[in-house]
Design a protein. Structure first.
Lengths: 568, 138
């Protein structure tokens, strides 16, 4: 049954036309509106007012429904924040594992409820701290992790069976997760009790974040090796955090973010099916990660659209029957690229607005970017403010009292429909590039022919043009330039951390049983050349103190390197 | 009178840094402004950039770095530029997250212009045109 009675919707349309002809026309004659067109951040044109006539076919049961019930438009759980607020998960990572471990303890003491690890560029791209390409970047924008022993330092004194952990790493995910599993063995924590997430979204690395370590097909196989291994051995672990955040940071629109991200997700589901796993088995452990931009309603609608579309895809296309396999559970992060250097304290207001959209969009966990991040990695004070933003929204504003409070708004429902349609159109385009049968083949084609990168790059350019032309005003960027006063207490980078990490790595290499390490690495190469799951071999290498660079190097020996095509 | 050759710009990212949104937007903008733009992509070495610039007789080298490693990497780039005696011949620009405090040191090693995150495309374009026409007059 449609949400609005057909006749009532028709009447609303008639009334709207009459209003346009009468009150509106007279007002416009007296005083025109300030702009000819009103656009969202993503460039979507927005009408003056929305009515039931904007979504005449909306069916309450089929399109909106109830929280925790298909198609999950309103939320993934029946009680949402009334049972438990979202997880406050501020990402952190810098310098050596020891330094980041101290920051973790600080965050846990200040109200953080889950941990998330940011790795430095060498770790993200699968190179050791000793590698010449790593110069100047060791521990710079994240923590440097070279061996399983560094992972033990990172979580020293932290109850990893109680605090959920997120490892923000992609192509080397299989190596870093193996380091964590090796650490769990050392401290006697059974793998079954580990809760957390590894990002492991290899496909997005070719258009968002761009910290690839392997070519597309090799990287994809590693992603699927993690999914298969964890489905059987680490059952409570979220095996992929299918990420739109980086796509959005690369400059995509909201519709592209949902379309490309869900297409990535579909490619992984198809990989699981190929390996003989049922979507009900591994589907519940797939999670998502979205960015939240400044356009409040567009962002709320985007998150609702992603949830509904994913549920429909899992149920209707891939035949999931367990509702948990249909859930688009997601982490969200307020977008770092919306932070402005000038007048850094204004970023607190941006963070609050975006965080509010994430909460009204039904997020499961949240990172609010630090107000000082346009200057450097966030200071302790900035992270405290980010946590406080979340506490104030959760405890003082009342927005968590009812579920999906914007549901039913004519505007929100219309936007939700539009974004779902736009995302679906992108998925179909990608699918067609692979011959139209499977999204997986289409994803490889769309990566290799540069389609996704070009689409995002065009959107980034269009956005920048609107800034240049002052069509979109951003305080401190193209409006009311403020004094460039750095915010208080910026994070101070310790240049000696790189040396410390290199010394640490050299000590591990000196102490270990190198013959055992070499044997493990050779066994890994053999497995990678064949069709076996490589994760048990990587675990062995991790236990033998093989470095991340050696493990990824062994995989590069088999799969080759990837070169950035330089598409714009 | 011959038609003037369009301004040749070589753009690249050094090191492992993956933040390529800005440099791609700049590539599009300069191309739209009539310049001949080559974007070499990420993880390029200073030698590769300078080789390409020399081979193609480039007017401008534009480097993007958001990794914080701009000091060591730009120092290495300028060393190669000097070895090939290209200083003063090719305009060297840097964009990305560059703290104000580092600008002086970068100017000293020979970086001609620094455009931090948030810089205007029009300003970058105007800077290139102005500096190249100054060079032509001298």
């Amino acid at each position: 049954m449609t949400l609005y009675d057909k006749q009532a919707a028709r009447k609303a349309k008639e009334a709207e036309l009459a209003w346009e002809h009468d009150e509106l026309r007279r007002t416009l004659e007296r005083a025109p509106e300030s702009q000819e067109r009103f656009l969202t951040v993503s460039g979507r044109e927005i009408d003056r007012v929305y009515t039931p006539a904007d979504a005449p076919d909306l069916d309450y049961a089929a399109d909106i429904g109830f929280p925790g019930a298909y198609p999950f438009t309103r939320g993934v759980y029946p009680t949402m924040y009334r049972a438990r607020q979202w997880t406050r998960r501020q990402i952190a990572g810098f310098g050596t594992a020891k330094s980041t471990n101290e920051r973790y303890k600080y965050l846990l003491a200040h109200g953080q409820t889950g941990l998330s690890t940011d790795f430095d560029h060498p770790t993200l791209t699968g190179y050791d701290s000793l590698h010449p390409l790593s110069e100047g970047e060791v521990g710079r924008l994240g923590v440097a992790i070279d061996t399983a022993r560094d992972m033990s330092d990172l979580f020293d004194g932290i109850p990893i069976d109680k605090v959920s952990i997120s490892l923000t790493i992609n192509h080397p995910a299989i190596a870093l997760l193996s380091f964590l599993l090796a650490h769990a063995e050392k401290v006697g924590v059974p793998w079954e009790t580990l809760r957390g997430t590894v990002q492991n979204d290899s496909l997005k690395e070719f258009h968002g974040q761009k910290t690839f370590a392997l070519p597309p097909r090799g990287a994809y196989r590693m992603t699927m090796d993690v999914v298969e291994f964890c489905t059987r051995n680490v059952p409570n672990w979220n095996t992929i955090s299918i990420s739109g955040y980086h796509t959005r940071e690369a400059g995509s629109t909201a519709g592209q973010e949902v379309g490309f991200t869900l297409a990535q997700g579909m490619a992984y589901v198809e990989g699981g099916l190929q390996r003989g796993l049922s979507p009900d088995e591994f589907g519940p452990r797939l999670s998502f990660f979205f960015g939240v931009h400044m356009d409040f309603f567009e962002e709320v609608a985007k998150l609702r659209a992603a949830r509904r579309l994913w549920a429909r895809i899992m149920k209707e296309r891939y035949g999931a029957t367990d509702p948990r396999a249909m859930l688009c559970r997601f982490h969200s992060q307020t977008l770092g690229s919306t932070l402005i250097r000038e007048g850094a304290l204004n970023n607190l207001i941006r963070g609050t607005t975006q965080a509010m959209a994430a909460v009204l969009g039904g997020t499961q966990s949240l990172h609010v970017s630090g107000y000082d991040e346009a200057h450097d990695i966030p200071s302790e004070d900035a992270m405290r403010m980010s946590l406080n933003t979340q506490r104030i929204i959760g405890n003082e504003t009342g927005v968590a009292n009812t579920i999906d409070p914007l549901g039913g708004s004519f505007f929100i429902e219309k936007l939700t429909n539009e974004i779902e349609e736009e995302a679906l159109a992108y998925i179909r385009t990608i699918e067609d590039m692979g011959g139209g049968e499977r999204v997986l083949a289409g994803m490889f084609a769309a990566i290799e022919n540069g389609y996704i990168e070009r689409e995002i790059s065009q959107a980034a350019f269009d956005y920048q043009e609107r800034i240049e032309e002052h069509a979109y005003k951003v305080l401190g960027l193209n409006e009311h330039e403020e004094d460039s006063v750095p915010p208080p207490e910026l994070y101070e980078h310790d240049d000696d951390e790189e040396e410390r990490q290199i010394a640490r790595l050299e000590a591990v290499i000196h102490e270990r049983d190198t013959a055992r390490t070499e044997t493990a690495l050779e066994a890994l190469r053999q497995a990678a050349r064949g069709n076996e799951n490589t994760m048990p071999f990587i675990l062995d290498a991790a236990r033998a103190d093989a470095t991340e660079g050696e493990i990824m190097g062994a995989l590069r020996d088999v799969f080759g390197d990837h070169e950035d095509p330089g598409i714009f | 009178m011959t038609t003037p050759k369009p301004t040749k710009v070589i753009l690249a990212k050094l090191g492992l840094d993956g933040h390529d949104r800005g440099i791609k937007v700049i590539a599009k903008a300069l191309e739209k402004a009539g310049m001949d733009v080559v974007y070499m992509g990420m993880r390029v070495t200073p030698e590769q950039v300078v080789d390409r610039a020399q081979r193609e007789d480039a007017d401008v080298i534009g480097i993007s770095l958001l990794s914080g490693a701009h000091k060591p990497l730009m120092t290495r780039l300028m060393k190669v530029v000097d070895e090939r005696e290209m200083r003063g011949e090719t305009l060297i620009l840097l964009g990305g997250t560059v703290p104000d405090g580092d600008r002086e040191a970068l100017a000293e090693i020979g970086v001609d212009g620094v455009f931090p995150v948030g810089s205007s495309l029009r300003d970058i374009e105007a800077f290139i045109r102005e500096r190249l026409s100054d060079g032509a007059q001298s």
